[in-house]
Design a protein. Structure first.
Length: 75
């Protein structure tokens, strides 16, 4: 009877160790996915900032052009 209990305990220890290994593997996979997500987020933010700068330059160019036209037409 005691041998059966010892075997059951040993089996449960193995199950716990396997579960702990699985947890570590999944944690590592999650961390990698999180790093990737943050990288994509940073790239998206940078892209949005670039687009906003381009739009601001385009608007400024249009305003300058408009001001130049106004100046020459008033003469």
């Amino acid at each position: 009877f005691m041998a059966k209990l010892d075997n059951a305990i040993a089996g449960q220890h193995d199950v716990v160790k396997m579960a702990q290994r699985k947890i570590e593997q999944e944690r590592a996979a999650w961390q990698e996915a999180e790093r990737k997500r943050l990288s994509y987020e940073a790239l998206e933010k940078r892209n949005v900032q670039t687009l906003l700068k381009k739009e601001a330059k385009r608007d400024q160019r249009a305003m300058d052009e408009h001001a130049t036209r106004q100046f020459f037409y008033k003469r």
